[in-house]
Design a protein around this ligand. Structure first.
Ligand SMILES: *[C@@H]1O[C@H](CO)[C@@H](O)[C@H](O)[C@H]1NC(C)=O
Ligand SMILES: *[C@@H]1O[C@H](CO)[C@@H](O)[C@H](O)[C@H]1NC(C)=O
Ligand SMILES: *[C@@H]1O[C@H](CO)[C@@H](O)[C@H](O)[C@H]1NC(C)=O
Length: 191
């Protein structure tokens, strides 16, 4: 009568341990071991949904201009400006909703014809099951288009060898302050 009970407890413990192991084993040998097992691992598809808060104004901005070109101030698209960001990612659109990660990286105006950004961002998650794992986003973001599609080119931690697509949709843009809240849907294939 005891055995099923013990088995259940062990199973539960293992289920709890698996995500932790994934997020902790980042030493070179563990990564090598992971690659050895790649052939036998099955692909997973993970869908993430969150809101990015690009705060450029106020006392505690999270995105700051770090460089510009000789024509940025006269260019209709602010061509050549570059910003460094550490933007908050939250589960809901409200600025006070649960923080699920950060978008850290560089974006800049890379188009003379229309407003369009080159995005090079690391999405760093702190959801318990993805804690410390990252996804690397590299793509074109034309902020006035309703949907922007950007490639996810890789990842780390539970997202090793990830490939996928991020779609961005502006939830709120304050034309006075420049602050934006952007809804992201990310779909990645990983192992
Ligand atoms: C979040 O902010 C809204 C107003 O924008 C407020 O109504 C709500 O109570 C706040 N929630 C928390 C948990 O602070
Ligand atoms: C995520 O990891 C950091 C350090 O690696 C730790 O301080 C934090 O408590 C962890 N958070 C969760 C939700 O596991
Ligand atoms: C837009 O930003 C301005 C300047 O920071 C602020 O005064 C205004 O309340 C903001 N508008 C909204 C709708 O949040």
């Amino acid at each position: 009568m005891l055995k099923p009970c013990i088995a259940f407890i062990l199973c539960s413990m293992m289920l709890l341990a698996i995500p932790l192991v994934h997020s902790i084993d980042q030493d070179p040998l563990a990564v090598e071991e992971w690659f050895k097992n790649l052939q036998t691992m099955t692909q997973k598809t993970t869908h993430l949904h969150f809101y990015l808060h690009d705060q450029v104004s106020g006392n505690s901005p999270t995105a700051l201009r770090v460089a510009q070109s000789s024509i940025t101030s006269t260019s209709p698209t602010s061509f050549g400006f570059i910003a460094m960001a550490d933007d908050k990612l939250t589960s809901g659109p409200e600025p006070n909703s649960t923080v699920v990660g950060q978008a850290q990286g560089i974006y800049g105006s890379a188009c003379l014809e229309e407003a369009a950004l080159l995005m090079t961002m690391n999405l760093v998650f702190n959801w318990p099951q993805y804690n410390g794992s990252t996804l690397s986003l590299l793509g074109r973001n034309a902020p006035y288009h309703p949907y922007r599609e950007m490639p996810i080119v890789g990842g780390s931690g539970v997202f090793r060898m990830a490939k996928g697509i991020a779609t961005a949709k502006t939830y709120e843009f304050n034309t006075t302050s420049g602050d934006a809240i952007v809804e992201y849907n990310v779909i990645v294939v990983h192992y």
